[in-house]
Design a protein around this ligand. Structure first.
Ligand code: ZN
Length: 241
């Protein structure tokens, strides 16, 4: 812990300074009233008992961080390695819709999504179609105003992405590259901190894995999402994963 040069020195001498001033007053008073020296000595002693602890306390305060300082808010993405937006968007294996690029440029996208996309483009070429802009607020469509009991999509919090093309071909059950990507997420990346909590795809063979599913809504894209607090069925769902 660093400290401000000279501050400790100053505070440690506060007690000494107060005592010296009191001693001078004592000497002056004793010169005028010889029998008052005893009472003034008691006063000086009392001042020393008060002033020295004050000086020591100030000295300690100068080197101890304030207890009231709140911890900084965690960065989006938790422990995910930070990947600069330009590093992702400038990668030759990455392409995206104008809406995704706008979300990325706006700096609203969860760092885990950015880092995951960057990890994926080391293996495949991909095209990201949607993050937040262009996606409904509610899972299944519509807004919370329209459907007060809906569950908000993680897209709404910019912590999910839909990938429509893998290695130059549309995502479908017939795209082996798309399947390889999902298989990588299911196996090689299973213990990786970047493993998404949600993997929706056309590939039913991964349905048994936690967070993986295949349905008609994900026959033509791979949905990758991360957990976080969201409004769900009339209350906050404080998921953190
Ligand atoms: Zn999605």
């Amino acid at each position: 812990m660093s400290e401000i040069p000279g501050r400790r020195h100053l505070s440690r001498h506060v007690g000494w300074w107060l005592a010296r001033a009191a001693a001078r007053r004592t000497a002056a008073a004793a010169a005028k009233h010889p029998y008052a020296w005893l009472a003034m000595t008691v006063v000086v002693g009392s001042l020393l008992l008060v002033a020295i602890p004050i000086g020591l306390t100030m000295s300690a305060a100068a080197t101890t961080p304030p207890a009231a300082v709140a911890a900084p808010a965690p960065m989006p993405g938790g422990d995910a390695p930070a990947v600069p937006i330009a590093t992702l968007t400038g990668h030759p294996n990455f392409s995206a819709s104008p809406a995704v690029l706008a979300d990325l440029d706006a700096g609203i996208v969860d760092a885990r999504v950015v880092a995951l996309l960057y990890a994926i483009v080391q293996r495949h070429t991909i095209h990201a179609g949607v993050i937040r802009t262009g996606h409904s607020q509610c899972v299944g469509g519509g807004s919370l105003e329209q459907h007060p009991m809906c569950t908000e999509s993680h897209h709404w919090y910019a912590r999910a992405v839909d990938i429509g093309l893998v290695d130059g071909r549309p995502v479908s059950a017939a795209n082996p590259s798309a399947r390889a990507l999902v298989a990588w997420l299911a196996t090689a990346a299973a213990e990786h901190p970047l493993r998404p909590a949600e993997v929706g795809s056309p590939f039913v063979e991964f349905d048994r894995l936690p967070g993986f599913w295949a349905d008609g809504d994900h026959g033509s894209h791979i949905h990758l999402g991360y957990c976080g607090p969201r409004w769900s069925r009339g209350q906050w769902e404080a998921t953190s994963c």
